[in-house]
Design a protein around this ligand. Structure first.
Ligand SMILES: Nc1ncnc2c1ncn2[C@@H]1O[C@H](COP(=O)(O)OP(=O)(O)O)[C@@H](O)[C@H]1O
Ligand SMILES: C[C@@](O)(CCOP(=O)(O)O)CC(=O)O
Ligand SMILES: [Mg+2]
Length: 307
């Protein structure tokens, strides 16, 4: 068995706007998806995950099924068994789709010695997210591949965020494909209203680049909270997300906003010196599940070559 893992991510700025070429700042977090692969004798494809045990199946396992089909361009993949285990809640804005796609590509890359580079992995994974979602920015898959804090579309590595990150999960499923579609519809209905909002979200990422290098989290927090208001404006908020956002802010979070597609899923808060536990408690009291995590520089990585 060859096992690889890839991290999930949170957006400090720029989800949805980045789909239209505006800038985003996204950071990898130490919540990972592990993918183990081995060749199987019976020329059979087996994919096992929390979603079920299937063969090549674009309904249950669209991302992994596309990975196998794409990787057949580099290797003669006949029978393979793929086992997925993840710390990332599915459909929650933490990039579980990107993490499973990137880790699957890297595991098969090692198993069949395809020689794909990290850039090649990120590019292939982005193509797959676009095939599944209809439209996708390169953000999630690039950050899951490279780790750290990344500015997209510049693909620029920024300094790590050195304050604790508290994620609040509403446990309301949110399909990225659906939310991205909703924003596209709103944008086509009201271009003169929605395009400036997306532009302003991108401008906050550009302002924040210098603030990250200065470690000015207070100002970053102010901008993140403005970003939250603009995400509500483009229709990707929800009552549950707002309740967790305001609970986090009320307990002293530097900032709190939706992360990822929205509609459900997760919000993210930046904690101060020593109030991550207070923020987590406030999120739980407001009905969410809190996860305290950190930014990680580790992108996709080989976990083991056998076992
Ligand atoms: N652990 C997993 N095992 C199998 N498929 C997964 C896993 N995690 C995510 N996925 C795939 O990614 C999809 C969720 O992706 P998406 O809607 O983009 O949400 P997210 O915000 O988590 O990236 C799932 O429907 C599934 O197809
Ligand atoms: C909404 C979007 O900007 C981020 C989606 O993140 P997630 O799949 O919800 O983790 C879509 C994209 O960038 O492809
Ligand atoms: Mg996704």
């Amino acid at each position: 068995m060859i096992t690889c893992s890839a991290p999930g991510k949170v957006y400090l700025f720029g989800e949805h706007a980045v789909v239209y070429g505006e800038s985003a700042i996204c950071c990898a977090v130490e919540l990972r998806t592990k993918v183990s692969v081995e060749k199987s004798d019976e020329n059979e494809i087996i994919i096992e995950s929390i979603l079920g045990r299937t063969g090549l199946d674009h309904d249950t396992h669209p991302y992994v099924s596309y990975v196998i089909e794409k990787m057949r361009r580099f290797a003669d993949i006949k029978g393979v068994r793929i086992i997925i285990e993840s710390e990332l809640p599915v459909g929650s804005g933490l990039g579980s789709s990107a993490a499973v796609t990137v880790a699957s590509i890297q595991a098969l890359n090692h198993l069949y010695e395809c020689g794909l580079s990290l850039e090649g992995i990120a590019k292939t994974a982005h193509e797959i997210e676009k095939m599944v979602q209809g439209n996708a920015s390169p953000t999630d898959t690039y950050v899951s591949t490279m780790g750290g804090v990344v500015m997209i579309p510049q693909r620029k590595k920024l300094d790590l965020i050195n304050c604790p990150i508290v994620v609040g999960n509403t446990h309301k499923f949110s399909s990225t494909k659906e939310l991205v579609g909703n924003v596209a519809k709103l944008r086509s209905d009201f271009p003169s209203v929605i395009e400036p909002i997306l532009y302003n979200i991108g401008q906050m990422s550009i302002l924040a680049e210098k603030l990250v290098s200065e470690g000015d989290y207070k100002t970053i927090g102010k901008l993140m909270n403005i970003n939250q208001g603009l995400l509500d404006a483009i229709g990707v908020g929800s009552a549950e997300l707002s309740s967790l956002v305001y609970a986090a802010r009320g307990s002293g979070a530097i900032s709190a906003k939706i992360t990822g597609a929205g509609g459900g899923g997760c919000m993210v808060a930046l904690a101060g010196e020593n109030n991550a536990e207070d923020i987590a408690r406030a999120i739980e009291n407001a009905g969410g599940e809190a996860i305290i995590t950190n930014n990680t520089k580790e992108g996709v990585r080989l976990e083991s070559l056998h076992g």
